[in-house]
Structure formats: C-alpha cells, structure tokens
Design a protein. Sequence first.
Length: 184
Amino acid sequence: MKLYLKYDINHTFRSVLEEQLAKLNVQYKFNGLGEIEFTDSLDIKTLENLTTLLSIYGISIINDHKTQIVERIKLLVTEMVNTEMELAINTSEYIADKLGYSYAYLSSLFSEATYTSIENFIIITKIDKAKELITLDKLSLTEVSHKLGYSSVAHLSGQFKKTTGITPSLFRKIIKQRKVLKSE
C-alpha cells in the first residue's frame, strides 16, 4: 500500500520549532520568514541545546547577517510559489518591501552568495512546484501554468524544458509510466 502525502512545509517547520522551544521553556514570538525573537536573551547552554534539538530536523541557526537575508529571500520565494499567492505581482517590489532593502542590493547579495539570480531561483522554484502538480495528475497543464502565474502553457513549457531538458507533457508521460510499472 502506498500513501501520497501533501504537506505545508511552513506549517511543519513552525510545528517543529514550537515543539523544540517548548522543551526548553523559553518565551518567544515568530516574526515570520524563519525568524524568532526571544523575550529574554538565551544563555549559552540553552542556545547550544536549541542548536542540537533543531539539528535533528536539519534546521540550523544562521549567525551571518548576509546569509540570513539570502535565506529570507529563499523563504519568501518558496512561500510565494507554494501558498498560491498571486504570482503576477511584481516579485522584485514584493521582496524588497518585505525585507526592507532595495531590490538592487538584495539581488546583488543573493547572486554573490548563491551564484544565481533571484529570478533564476524563482523559475527553479516554480518548475519544482510544476513537477509536483503534474505528478499529482489532478490539473491540466493550462491549470498548472495559470496556478503558477505563467501567461500561457507555452511560457511554462519553455521554462520547464530549459530547466529540466524535457517538456511538461513528456514529464507527465514519464510519471504515468513509472506509476504503471510500480503497480505491476
């Protein structure tokens, strides 16, 4: 028997944090985008315990300011794509407004740290989401392209092929064939 699971990564992340912070009995508030503010400063032992507890889940504490900003950009983009936010908005303005820095600064910082542009990261994130939606096989390619803010299926197909090397239609066929082979 197989189960196909759908999960909200933001909800999962928040639940893990709440559970681990409760173990340490510290007062905090979520500021969003992977940021927690503690009511009182943490002593070294508590911080070490928190680091250990979170590392079990692949969560690490970021101390470098530039790395924090890059991670916040990634979280914003992922949130935009995964929460079905209206993707026709001007993402550069949205990111700059949310983070309180000029887009030119954010773009430069992101490229320096990741060796790719924010725009390319958005495309990769959207294509990953498209693959997820295609794999679920509940939406047509037109619906997938609309859901991800593409102007047309042709636009989605072009970016999909450029990113993955195959068209969304071929990807769908491959997934269907794999499911048939696995069920035999």
